[in-house]
Design a protein around this ligand. Structure first.
Ligand code: PNS
Length: 166
């Protein structure tokens, strides 16, 4: 039977750290579903359709990677998708407490779904979507930290916002 894994998150925006984890997952599992949470943030930078488009563009041609959206409980979504695994990336000890809490809560809700933690390559251990947004907003470069399609779209968004303000 195929082993399907869900990689859930906000992905606002997708970073190279996420890409690294997805590629690792695609080697381990028959399919990894990048599951973008709908309705997490009231003021997101990218809309859900934009985030889906970005992830699909980055992973186009990779038969092991699927991009989808979900709302409600993650474990219910995993059940609907017949996925036995939830993948989460662990960058540093600071991630651990929240991730452990979520993994154990998800296990309590649905014991048959296992959470698997993966570490990204070292250059991405300090990369986060929040910092990427802050750097771009303040005029810094995020080259190498996000896929080129994200970099381009971040630039376009910044330009659009500046034009609106002018
Ligand atoms: O990218 P993020 O913000 O770290 O992702 C967090 C996410 C989407 C994995 C988490 O908020 C989640 O699973 N939300 C769905 C609702 C849910 O199942 N909540 C209970 C978790 S124990």
């Amino acid at each position: 039977m195929d082993v399907i894994a869900i990689y859930p998150g906000s992905f606002d925006p997708l970073t190279n750290g996420h890409v690294d984890i997805i590629q690792r997952g695609a080697r381990l599992f028959d399919r990894i579903v990048v599951a973008i949470l709908v309705n997490v943030d009231k003021a997101p930078l990218f809309t859900i359709p934009e985030r889906v488009e970005i992830a699909r563009e980055v992973f186009k041609g990779d038969a092991h990677v699927e991009v989808d959206t979900f709302d409600g409980l993650l474990v219910d979504y995993a059940e609907r998708r017949r996925a036995g695994v939830i993948v989460r990336g662990l960058r540093a000890i600071s991630d651990f407490e929240f991730e452990m809490q979520m993994a154990l809560m998800n296990r309590r809700l649905r014991p048959e779904v296992e959470t698997v933690f993966m570490m990204p390559a070292e250059p991405y251990t300090y990369v986060s979507s929040r910092l990427v947004k802050e750097i771009v907003a303040l005029g810094g470069s995020v080259n190498g930290l996000v896929p080129s399609v994200v970099e381009r779209r971040l630039r376009d968004k910044k330009l659009a916002r500046e034009t609106l303000r002018a």
